[in-house]
Design a protein around this ligand. Structure first.
Ligand SMILES: Nc1ncnc2c1ncn2[C@@H]1O[C@H](COP(=O)(O)OP(=O)(O)OP(=O)(O)O)[C@@H](O)[C@H]1O
Length: 275
């Protein structure tokens, strides 16, 4: 761990009453990588992400973002990051451009640069043509890309995405990832993402942490995690998938509880807000 890391968490704890949502989390995210945080529902991923964004206080342990202490330098940390939460963050009654402009104001993008930066962010997610339409007319994939533009307008060094592709069809999922990667190539931005989709974690993340009951249980590259399990199981077994790695760590599969309900819940939440 070093202060050059984009994110460093040491001994992080966070409890809701009796529930120890994050329970001694040690984590470091290297500058420039796409880091995936995987885990079943309730593993503590969202809570950890919200502590790193400074939306939740840090009751025990330490978090540094590009060397800045999240407990003592909250504003410095906030200026460095863009955050796309699980919940809908776009306003249906505004156009795409107005939604992004709102974030530009909130994140203090200098007034004279705002129009250009808003247009740039919309262009980066392929929403230039739809920019002046009401967000309520957008598809689910377009809304997610709009939320990405909202997070990108402040030119963050660290982009944090909580389940960015939940409820999207495979084409829209690929499109969201292609836009994330294009911005990353252009800017060198670091990405910290939570996902339930093992195929996405495998394909798009440089490194993964498997989180279970508030702690990291396994850490490595997708290939490294699979190879390590293969070595333990022996060459006669079929080559393990990431799902197998997860089952080995957590005692059950990532998709074995609640996935469908979460998708429905998330989709309904989106529909209710935009409808
Ligand atoms: N506001 C809250 N009040 C009480 N308990 C909470 C609250 N938010 C989360 N929890 C609990 O903390 C634990 C961790 O939840 P968290 O949302 O961080 O997990 P997660 O890994 O992000 O799960 P999911 O994939 O469902 O979002 C769970 O047991 C959850 O029920």
């Amino acid at each position: 761990m070093s202060d050059d890391d984009a994110v460093m968490c040491a001994g992080l704890e966070y409890a809701f009453g009796e529930t120890r949502a994050v329970d001694g989390l040690d984590l470091s995210v290297t500058t420039g990588e796409v880091f995936g945080l995987l885990g079943p529902n309730g593993a503590g991923k969202t809570t950890a992400i919200r502590c790193i964004t400074t939306l939740l206080p840090v009751p025990a342990g330490r978090i540094r973002v590009f060397g800045h202490d999240a407990a003592k330098e909250r504003m410095a940390v906030r200026r460095l990051l863009g955050y796309v939460p699980q919940q809908l963050s776009a306003d249906a009654g505004l156009t795409g451009r107005e939604n992004v402009a709102l974030f530009a104001r909130v994140f203090d993008v200098p007034r004279r640069e705002r129009a250009r930066r808003v247009a740039q962010a919309l262009y980066a997610v392929d929403l230039t043509e739809a920019a002046d339409r009401m967000a309520r007319t957008y598809s689910g994939g377009m809304i997610r890309r709009l939320e990405l533009a909202q997070a990108l307008v402040s030119a963050p060094r660290l982009l944090m995405l909580d389940e960015p592709t939940i409820g999207l069809d495979p084409i829209a999922r690929t499109s969201v990832w292609e836009h994330i990667n294009a911005v990353r190539r252009a800017t060198g931005m670091t990405v910290l993402v939570t996902t339930h989709h093992m195929d996405e974690a495998d394909q798009y993340c440089d490194r993964l942490a498997l989180m279970h009951r508030g702690k990291i249980r396994a850490l490595g590259t997708p290939q490294g995690l699979k190879s390590e399990l293969r070595e333990r199981r022996g060459p006669d077994d079929p080559p393990p998938t990431l799902e197998d790695v997860f089952r080995d760590v957590a005692g059950r599969g990532l998709d074995s509880e609640g996935g469908d309900f979460r998708d429905v819940r998330s989709t309904r939440r989106t529909a209710a807000r935009l409808g």
